[in-house]
Design a protein around this ligand. Structure first.
Ligand code: ADP
Ligand code: ADP
Ligand code: MG
Length: 475
């Protein structure tokens, strides 16, 4: 767009790609998170000094912080997001439910009141009926959440949820929800300008999760027919319109096995998984965030938006799926590259980058777009062979096993997918025959990757093997 960019970094991020991809960089020092990336005063002060016009808050840290948005606006800079008032209402899980009650949005049965003593909360939990979910009202990233199966576990789970909420978000207020069994996570991307125009950019299904946090996201969802899609997308637009939303946002829903859906929360920011929507619709969401911030009118109608093909994203994490998904750290030897058409890699790391324990362990997002769901899966599997993040333990093989599993291919994706299919997602036995076949397939497909580890990765993946052999036949 021809806009000069300024970025921020702390001592923990010295040398990472974002520090040399901007026109100018602001160094925030070597302090704690509170003193650096969460230091709203410092960031706004430095930006103001440099004559910055607008601030894009990203999707972590201060991105849903209304005090930060207010500070930015006080200095006459543009905050690329909704107003502080809307962030306060919709960024809070409890306040948003109170607001949406007014327009009869379907809400998950629960307790969203102010009382926080364990006696009241236990009484409310009993009224809702077990299992219940305790949720931090300020929560995000699956933190501050506890599933409680029965009455006698309630108080200890409540205490631990409150402790985690306090530590992660500084606020320990919680609410209770009926815990819906085997649902799907369906969310709708919305885009609203400052002139009252609201559009949806269809749904994303993000049911494949571990610890209530997404790891695979796709669009379209295999669960929606045109009628249900329209209903759920129209509900999201009605919500955006009701709160006079501005900018890009996401309305999250839970879809139960009967086809009923309930409002879960709204994320008043760009989301991690936004690239699949960009690939499906051809709309650049970040560009539109900037245009909307400048006061431009959304130039396309709802009917102009036509979804094309299928897009899937996987989140590559520095973590060990065979050890309860605990974060890992170390030095990335090689990230790898891919030249596959319709594949996008978003990452903040490069060859030789070190990964510490200061931050969320997400390393990258790998996204594939193709005509059909089946070919998007194949393409993503091929890309996962090229993008290695070698040198430290990641969830890459686990992601490949998910994409390769029959249940995933059949679209049987529910939020308990990983718990239920845990056994088949573990490290598989590799027979000598398939190992030999894998090496042969590699050679024949001309990938020149015949290292032992490369070959063993490949032949674990029947789809990749099939693809390699197909390529050979075509030649
Ligand atoms: P989404 O709703 O898109 O799944 P998450 O809630 O998982 O988003 O958070 C998006 C990302 O933002 C996380 O993976 C993490 O990198 C970052 N993030 C969110 N909250 C925090 C936080 N309190 N501290 C550090 N990083 C955070
Ligand atoms: P976060 O802010 O961490 O994203 P959410 O409220 O969006 O929190 O919930 C995250 C995930 O937890 C959902 O995608 C879903 O898998 C699960 N979840 C949340 N609420 C419920 C519920 N009431 N019943 C069943 N699962 C739920
Ligand atoms: Mg959420």
């Amino acid at each position: 767009m021809g806009i000069k960019t300024v970025g921020i970094y702390s001592s923990a991020d010295i040398g990472l790609p974002h520090t040399y991809s901007m026109d100018e960089m602001i160094y925030l020092g070597e302090g704690s998170l509170q003193e650096t990336y969460l230091n709203a005063d410092l960031i706004v002060h430095k930006a103001f000094e440099l004559g910055v016009d607008a601030i894009h808050p990203g999707y972590g840290f201060l991105s849903e912080n209304s005090a930060f948005a207010s500070l930015v606006r006080e200095k006459n800079m543009i905050f690329l997001g909704p107003s502080p008032k809307v962030i306060d209402i919709m960024g809070d899980k409890k306040a948003s439910k109170e607001t949406l009650f007014a327009i009869a949005t379907p809400l998950i049965p629960g307790y969203f009141g102010d009382k926080q003593d364990s006696k009241t909360l236990l009484e409310e939990a009993k009224k809702i009926g077990f299992p219940v979910l305790i949720k931090a009202t300020a929560g995000g990233g699956g933190k501050g959440m506890r599933v409680v199966e029965s009455e006698n576990e309630f108080v200890s789970s409540l205490e631990s949820a409150m402790r985690e909420a306090k530590k992660s978000f500084g606020i320990d207020t919680v609410m209770l929800e009926k815990y819906i069994l085997s649902p799907r996570h369906i969310e709708v991307q919305v885009l609203s300008d400052q002139h009252g125009n609201h559009r949806h950019l269809f749904e994303r299904e993000c049911s494949i999760q571990r610890r209530h946090q997404k790891i695979v996201e796709e669009t379209p969802s295999t669960a929606l027919d045109p009628e249900l899609r329209k209903k759920i997308c129209d509900t999201a637009v009605a919500i955006a319109s009701h709160v006079k939303y501005e900018g890009a946002g996401t309305v999250e829903f839970i879809l139960d096995t009967s086809g009923a859906f309930y409002f879960l929360e709204m994320n008043t920011r760009l989301q991690v998984e936004h690239p699949i929507t960009e690939m499906l619709t051809g709309v650049d969401l970040v560009k539109w965030q900037i245009k909307i911030g400048e006061g431009k009118i959304i130039s396309f109608s709802q009917d102009d938006l036509v979804p094309r093909g299928h897009a899937i994203e996987v989140r590559i994490y520095a973590e060990d799926p065979d050890n309860e998904f605990l974060p890992t750290n170390g030095v990335i030897e090689r990230v790898g590259t891919t030249h596959l058409n319709g594949v996008r890699l978003d990452t903040g790391y490069a060859d030789g980058s070190s990964v510490g324990v200061e931050f969320d362990p997400m390393l990258a997002k790998l996204i594939a777009h193709s005509d059909t769901r089946r070919s998007a899966i194949t393409k993503l599997l091929l890309a996962l062979d090229e993008i290695t993040f070698s040198g430290l333990k990641t969830n890459r093989d686990h992601l490949k096993r998910i994409l390769n599993s029959l249940k995933f291919k059949e679209g049987e994706t529910y939020t308990d997918f990983i718990d239920k299919n845990g056994d088949s997602l573990g490290v598989p036995e590799v027979s000598n025959d398939s190992f030999a076949l894998g090496i042969a397939a590699l050679q024949l497909s001309g990938k020149n990757l015949v290292s032992e580890t490369g070959a063993s990765h490949i032949c674990r993946d029947s789809l990749v093997l099939e693809e390699s052999l197909n390529m050979f036949r075509n030649v």
